[in-house]
Design a protein around this ligand. Structure first.
Ligand code: HXC
Length: 509
């Protein structure tokens, strides 16, 4: 027998997955196959496949007569713009991409390699869940993956692209990864599906409503971004990977840049409106500070009162957290605090410096917030900033009021360089509220109160009171923000700071 012919025959069989009819069905749904997805994700010709000939070992339910090579998942490694990544891609055409014992072992193998060799794991999920014929062996396989997700967290970046069904306990592997990207209409994630929901709670929902990409990017915040189709999701995953360090020890990637770090932006001098209550778009500042205006936003559709994402400055990745005055006046609420806290912790875990842009009138008042636990959730963001040891550069553009001033990477939470624009107002609260409390007796007297308000504004609605105490290092011209931030980050490159030894902290979860 010609062994080379045998090799080719076996390879072809593995590449064919579940066969032409099932591949056609996958395409008819607007989904790519597991291998097509890998081809788009990785640099051309860079994919090295592992375990192509692995088959399951189940014998019951006639499974011994059906042993497709690869067992429903394609695994291996390759590069994204030249940088190493490990990848697994579930093949829905083989037993619905369901996870067997051996399927799980394939995933675990590349996760173990990724941990040893310090590179991200990119998972593409498209699966009917636990391989029903295998019972508890499949559940064990999931748990083996879960355990690795936990141990890898904070060591290597883990990204999930959910590109088909992902239901039941299977959702918990993506849930423990750093970022989840979903595809609209063709992917969904839920712990219990529409039928169980209808039986238990009498609610009638579709799979898309219950766990589709829009649900998870707008309502639940389980997912970080939603895309129109597989091609767009994978292209954006490549963009995201370009921003991320390979591991917690590698440092941020450095890319050639073609944007002068000293670039001045005179238009920023008029970004802040005349009236202190008029909103403006904080994203304009982010884009003007970033190299080439390139910004990868995380959770763009959720808690839009705070903006999180990655930019580069001098070719090096920087995490940005920014209050957004366009939404809820930029208040911190439960959702914004949770969103930003998780982002800050990701950046800190992977040594990504954090740029914080502040225009915050305070925490959002109301029973919904208090009953929902804003105390605990707001504390998450405070905690995340306070424990972060990466370089922290803060720019206050306008309001920095009350507790929210402290939270937003203030000097007191070990902010390294704290700048303010001349329009900054750093105070316990806004002038109107302050005067109403301080001069309650004069309440009926409009003129007197107006005078008091002007007086308060003159004294506190500026950056100088804070600057006099050294809480603000320098008051900078808006136009020079990019230059000042770039220089600050360059100065902080050698920063070394360690927190006290502990097993782990007890962040208010
Ligand atoms: C084995 C499975 C499978 C599974 C699908 N298939 N799910 N095989 N185990 N879990 C097979 C089907 O038999 C079929 O085989 C092929 O995959 C495609 O499935 P279809 O049903 O034809 O596809 P579709 O109509 O698109 O429906 C997809 C689906 C549905 C919604 C995912 O297949 C489904 O409901 N599957 C069962 C889901 C489930 O209950 N899983 C276990 C849940 S428990 P052929 O040969 O006909 O192509 C779980 C928890 C994990 O997952 C726990 C972790 C802790």
């Amino acid at each position: 027998m010609d062994i080379l012919a045998e090799l080719e025959r076996r390879r072809a069989a593995a590449r064919a997955g579940g066969g032409a009819a099932r591949v056609a069905a996958q395409h008819a749904r607007g989904k790519l196959t597991a291998r097509e997805r890998i081809e788009l994700l990785l640099d051309e010709g860079s994919f090295e496949e592992f375990d192509m000939f692995v088959t399951h070992r189940a014998t019951e339910f006639g499974m011994d007569r059906d042993r497709p090579a690869g067992d429903g998942v394609v695994t291996g490694w390759g590069t994204v713009n030249g940088r190493l990544v490990y990848v697994f891609s579930q093949d829905f055409t083989v037993f619905g991409g369901s996870l067997s014992e051996t399927h799980a072992q394939k995933i675990c193998k590349i996760m173990d390699m990724a941990m040893r060799n310090g590179a991200p794991v990119i998972g593409m999920n498209d699966s009917g869940g636990a391989r029903i014929q295998e019972g508890v062996a499949s559940l064990a396989g999931y748990a083996e993956v879960f355990q690795r997700n936990v141990l890898a967290s904070g060591v290597i970046p883990q990204i999930s692209l959910v590109m088909g069904p992902c239901a039941g306990g299977a959702v918990y592997s993506p849930a423990m990864t750093d970022f989840i990207l979903m595809v609209k209409e063709t992917s969904y994630m839920f712990v219990t599906g529409p039928e169980v929901v209808r039986t238990v709670t009498n609610e009638v929902v579709t799979a898309e409503e219950l766990g589709g990409a829009l649900t998870h990017t707008r309502r639940s915040s389980v997912a970080d971004a939603a895309f129109e189709n597989d091609v767009e999701a994978i292209a954006e995953a490549r963009r995201l990977i370009d921003f991320l360090p390979l591991s917690n020890r590698s440092g941020v990637p450095e890319r050639p840049f073609f944007d002068d770090p000293g670039r001045l932006e005179p238009s920023l001098d008029t970004l802040i409106p005349e009236s202190t209550n008029t909103p403006y778009d904080m994203k304009e500042l982010i884009l003007k500070v970033a190299d080439e205006g390139d910004f990868f936003e995380i959770q763009a559709e959720f808690a839009r009162n705070i903006v999180t994402g990655f930019i580069r400055i001098e070719g090096r990745t920087v995490g940005v957290v920014a209050n957004q005055p366009m939404v809820l006046a930029g208040c911190l609420d439960i959702d914004a605090s949770r969103k930003a806290a998780r982002f800050v912790r990701f950046c800190d875990a992977f040594e990504i410096p954090i740029l914080t842009l502040v225009d915050v009138p305070g925490f959002l008042p109301g029973t919904a917030q208090e009953y929902g636990g804003i105390i605990k959730h707001g504390a998450k963001l405070l905690f995340a900033y306070g424990e972060a040891t990466v370089p922290k550069v803060t720019v206050i553009t306008r309001k920095a009021y009350g507790g929210a001033y402290d939270v937003m990477a203030s000097k007191h939470l070990r902010g390294d360089v704290n700048y303010a624009w001349p329009t900054a107002e750093i105070a316990v609260m806004g002038a109107k509220g302050a005067v109403e409390i301080l001069y309650r007796a004069e309440r009926g007297d409009g003129d007197a109160l107006a005078a008091r308000t002007r007086d308060y504004e003159a004294r506190f609605a500026n950056p100088f009171v804070a600057a006099e105490r050294g809480f603000i290092d320098e008051v900078i011209q808006p136009r020079s923000t990019r230059r000042r931030v770039a220089r600050a980050l360059a100065m902080l490159r050698g920063k070394r700071l360690e927190n006290p030894w502990k097993k782990h902290d007890n962040i208010p979860l």
